[in-house]
Design a protein around this ligand. Structure first.
Ligand code: GLC
Length: 570
């Protein structure tokens, strides 16, 4: 077992993650030390001082396990080893020790809805119905009365997230297996007790190594309706199985069992955050209930789908009203009994400043305004690498610039199969592709953005010439220094962590305003989430101002400038 830099103490029993700020590292794009153009674990160690200066409490590592990398590590072939691309298990131990030495913590990604098709469990399972892991995946016969292996003979009509049918035919076994994502990502059968046992054993192995929790990939998909029935058709002609695989009949039992088998017998508290597409506020409140819940918090999706018109490959203008109502709804619904996670960005989402903000005229203002409303909500905030310097979407010249399996699959299908106009498809990809999040971290204006001296696996955003850590660190008024101040506010003021939330109706469509209350301390946020100035009722509390994203000398008490935000405490 690896040594921890700091050992767990009684005080760890509290829910320490409530006052924490989490920083997500997409390792492949963070910092490259061996010049292969791909980020690695030693690269993270080199930047721990930076993260500490920013005020980060917890690092979440996107998957670094052994993997064929078809979905950049979300296809795991060995849960208990590090992929040579990123380093070694010893590198990970060194990183963990260095993180703990600084009083920070580290959580790992847990991808157990599916494995890679190269995982030994799957290789054995596909090879023979006699194998020990034969029932660890969803195997089904062809639809009765059809020719097995021919299109149309799939066991049901569900489509996969990365295109095509959710079923793949395996001649050796004479059956189909289920994959909700790519065909190289077969779904694990959680209804089989041995499968669950193997997952818990693996999780315990990591916790024994000293990690501080898990981010759980699509964890609300692990319990499927055992009938696996046909579903109403989507735009792409496949059935939408969501109602049958999301929040299935045994989801609570499995998460309760996991909590019991993995976490309950350990001293201290762990950060567990479940990624849950489609989760409702009521479900989220129950999962995170402080007494009866199974997880510390969940990632909901509602606020990051407001600019889509149906499926992910459509666009509509997000209205400030919708955004405000959605954010406030989740705050209120989880209330005092549940706990929210707070995020704008991650490795699957386009950059928020380009998406909901304004990445040209009001780049700095909108990046800081969006950060403020997020971080001053009740819940645990997540910063995705580069968000703290206001990184934007990039310019993809053509399809060859994309790397993401989902984006490439969409292009092939839309243009190749359905004959859609390539220019139109590229346009939507530029807006919505996950690759927008995955361009290299912009450390400096150097040719590889200070990320690599080699050739980066995905193009650096050309705006690193002016948008970088080097340009912003220590620069008064920069997005980075603003994030530092915002994070420091959370660490300084208990009202930010524990305050009750209440929305304020200002009667102005562009403004999002809310109050947090703890005892006799009140924190108030007024944010103009638009490109236009807006008049406000005369501000009588300028002396209570603790944070603002416009220079104080320019503050007009009767109005809010474009993307202006003011925070008061009294
Ligand atoms: C989650 C991950 C995403 C991945 C998918 C399949 O949504 O965040 O990156 O592609 O699950 O594992």
């Amino acid at each position: 077992m690896a040594a921890r830099g700091a050992s767990r103490s009684a005080s760890d029993n509290e829910a320490w993650w409530k006052s924490a700020v989490v920083y997500q590292i997409y390792v492949r794009s963070f910092a490259d030390t061996d010049d292969d153009g791909i980020g690695d674990l030693p690269g993270i160690v080199e930047h721990l001082d930076y993260l500490q200066e920013l005020g980060i409490d917890v690092i979440w590592l996107s998957p670094v396990y052994r993997s064929p990398q078809e979905d950049n590590g979300y296809d795991v072939s060995d849960y208990q080893d590090v992929d040579p691309l990123f380093g070694t298990l010893e590198d990970l131990d060194r990183l963990l020790a260095a993180v703990h030495l600084r009083g920070m913590r580290l959580i790992m990604d847990l991808v157990v809805n599916h494995t890679s098709d190269q995982h030994p469990w799957f290789l054995a399972s596909r090879g023979s119905r006699e194998a020990a892991t034969s029932e660890w995946y969803f195997w089904r016969d062809a639809r009765p009365g059809t020719v097995p292996g021919e299109p149309g003979s799939e066991p049901n009509n569900w489509g996969a997230s990365f295109g095509g049918s959710a079923w793949e035919w395996v001649p050796e076994r004479g059956q189909y297996y289920l994959h909700l994502f790519a065909r190289s990502q077969p779904d694990l059968n959680w209804d089989n007790p041995e499968t669950r046992e193997a997952v818990y054993t693996m999780m315990n192995w990591w916790l024994d190594r000293g990690i501080d929790g898990f981010r759980m990939d699509v964890i609300n998909f692990i319990s499927k309706d055992p009938r696996l029935p046909d579903a109403p058709l989507n735009r792409d002609g496949y059935g939408d199985g969501m109602p049958y695989f999301s929040h299935g009949p045994r989801i609570r039992d499995y998460l309760a069992e996991m909590k019991h088998r993995v976490f309950d017998s350990r001293p201290g508290s762990y950060l567990t955050v479940g990624e849950m597409p489609g989760v409702t506020p009521e479900q989220a409140r129950d999962f995170t209930d402080q007494v009866h819940g199974q997880l510390a918090m969940v990632f909901q999706y509602e606020h990051v789908t407001l600019d889509a018109d149906g499926d992910k490959w459509t666009h509509r203008r997000m209205s400030v009203n919708d955004l405000r109502d959605t954010l406030a709804k989740w705050q209120t619904a989880l209330g005092e009994s549940g706990w929210n996670s707070l995020y704008w960005n991650n490795h699957d989402q386009p950059r928020v400043v380009s998406r909901y903000g304004n990445d040209t005229t009001y780049w700095r203002e909108s990046a800081t305004a969006l950060a403020t409303v997020l971080h001053l909500h009740r819940g645990t905030p997540y910063v995705f690498q580069g968000e703290e310097i206001g990184m934007t979407n990039t310019r993809f010249a053509g399809i060859d610039d994309f790397r993401d399996i989902e984006s490439l699959d969409h292009y092939t299908r839309a243009v190749g199969t359905h004959g859609e106009d390539a220019a139109v498809v590229l346009d939507i990809l530029r807006r919505r592709s996950r690759d927008n999040a995955r361009t290299p971290m912009q450390w400096s204006a150097a040719s590889g953005a200070g990320f690599t001296t080699g050739s980066p696996w995905i193009g650096v955003n050309p705006n690193h010439s002016w948008l970088s850590v080097a340009a912003q660190r220590g620069a008064p008024g920069s997005v980075y220094e603003y994030y530092r101040a915002l994070i420091a506010l959370r660490h300084r003021l208990p009202v930010v962590v524990d305050g009750h939330f209440a929305a304020i109706d200002t009667g102005r469509d562009q403004i999002y305003a809310f109050r947090r209350q703890l005892g006799d301390v009140t924190l108030t946020v007024h944010a103009n989430l638009s490109d236009l100035p807006v008049s406000v009722d005369r501000d009588r509390r300028p002396r209570d101002l603790v944070l603002a994203n416009y220079p104080r000398s320019r503050i007009d008490l009767d109005r809010l400038e474009p993307w202006e935000v003011r925070v008061y405490v009294r």
